[in-house]
Ligand binder design. Structure first.
Ligand code: SAH
Length: 350
């Protein structure tokens, strides 16, 4: 049971019994809205852990990247720090502390749908203002935007090639469980002509919500000035196949088993994000691996300095640094995409 009263599984069962299968996009969107609404999923006691929760070095280096591009853009006056899906507010707190050391104290705007997480963010960043989506962000000054593991939580649409043509992937309830099925409506028109000829079983995944966010933020950067970093696990050359997965207590589980009770995520298609951002008017500074980005920003020096100041933490700092940048950990699978207003300088690390 959740705060909403009726378990989401019961809601979906009723919907499907009355109206037939729901789209995967609907299933994922409702599941994650319910999942995040009432709990803090982060950390060792939760379902997954993220880079800012691993080490303060992550947020600090992001803050320094923002300060660096702001200063090199030659800007003065007020600006906004904007974060999408800030979790516990840890990244915002660490980044803002690093920016303050450079003399920068922006206004803080957090885009967060979850009431439970907003309450925790208020503890970390009490001066913030909260928004339900990017539409209400202020338009009066440049914005520096950060989003870590935000896009991967937005619902995807999947199209699958069947002998009868392209169909949307839906979720049905059969023999006591939810499972994916091909829809019965023709969907060929939703697939770009160049991609239509594919073997049966081929699956195309798109994330309309993520593309819309990239497009909207890009338009803001072009109109108001500013820069943005989108960090997530994903790929930078478009591919086919489902990347949907669910995490519960740090273990992969069946994404259809317990709607609203596990974190549903998909890999981010960074090529599609860059296209959407450029169409929205921003400059694409580049997309690189998290390992490359954090090394370029000096994470190794920062870890060594912190270890020298606190030798009893040296082993933990080394382990945290490796976790963030090692190839077999978060270093390669995670990517960093940089965007900026067309007349802004290149960002560091790309
Ligand atoms: N950036 C944080 C948290 C990542 S978890 C970190 O790195 O630790 C995903 C975050 O996005 C959560 O804060 C979640 O509540 C938020 N979120 C997910 N879907 C959202 C949506 N549609 N609108 C606003 N926030 C959303």
């Amino acid at each position: 049971m959740t705060r909403g009263g009726e378990p989401l599984a019961a809601v979906f069962q009723r919907l499907i019994a009355n109206y037939g299968p729901v789209t995967l996009q609907h299933f994922m969107g409702e599941s994650n809205a319910r999942y995040y609404a009432g709990k803090d999923p982060l950390g060792s006691a939760g379902d997954f852990i993220t880079a800012p929760e691993i080490s303060q070095m992550f947020g600090e280096l992001i803050g320094l990247w923002l300060a660096d591009i702001w200063i090199r853009a030659g800007r003065e006056g007020p600006f906004h720090y904007v974060e999408l899906g800030p979790g516990r507010g840890t990244l915002a707190r660490d980044a803002l502390r690093a920016m303050a050391r450079c003399g920068l104290t922006p206004q803080v705007h957090l885009v967060e749908a979850s009431t439970a997480l907003r309450a925790i963010q208020r503890g970390a960043v009490p001066q913030a203002q909260w928004h339900h989506d990017v539409a209400s962000l202020p338009e009066d000054a440049p914005m520096l935007v950060v989003a870590n593991e935000f896009l991967d939580a937005l619902p995807v649409r999947q199209l699958v090639k069947t002998p009868q043509g392209w169909r949307e992937r839906m979720v049905d309830f059969q023999a006591g469980r939810f499972l994916p099925v091909a829809g019965d409506k023709p969907m060929d028109a939703a697939v770009p002509p160049a991609m239509r000829e594919q073997a049966d079983g081929t699956l195309i995944e798109t994330c309309p919500g993520a593309a819309a966010v990239a497009h909207d933020i890009a338009g803001r950067l072009a109109g108001q000035g500013g820069a943005a970093l989108f960090i997530d696990y994903g790929y930078d050359r478009s591919q086919t196949g489902s990347t949907l997965q669910a995490l519960k207590a740090h273990t992969k589980v069946d994404p259809f088993a317990t709607p609203g009770e596990a974190d549903l995520t998909c890999l981010v298609d960074f090529a599609a994000m860059a296209d959407a951002a450029q169409a929205g008017g921003a400059r694409h500074l580049g997309t690189v691996t998290q390992g490359h980005f954090l090394r370029a920003l000096g994470i190794e020096t920062r870890a060594a300095n912190l270890a020298a100041a606190a030798p009893h933490h040296a082993a933990a700092l080394e382990a945290a640094k490796d976790r963030l940048i090692a190839e077999d950990q978060m270093g390669t699978l995670f990517k960093v995409m940089g965007l900026a207003a067309p007349d802004w300088p290149d960002g560091a690390g790309f």
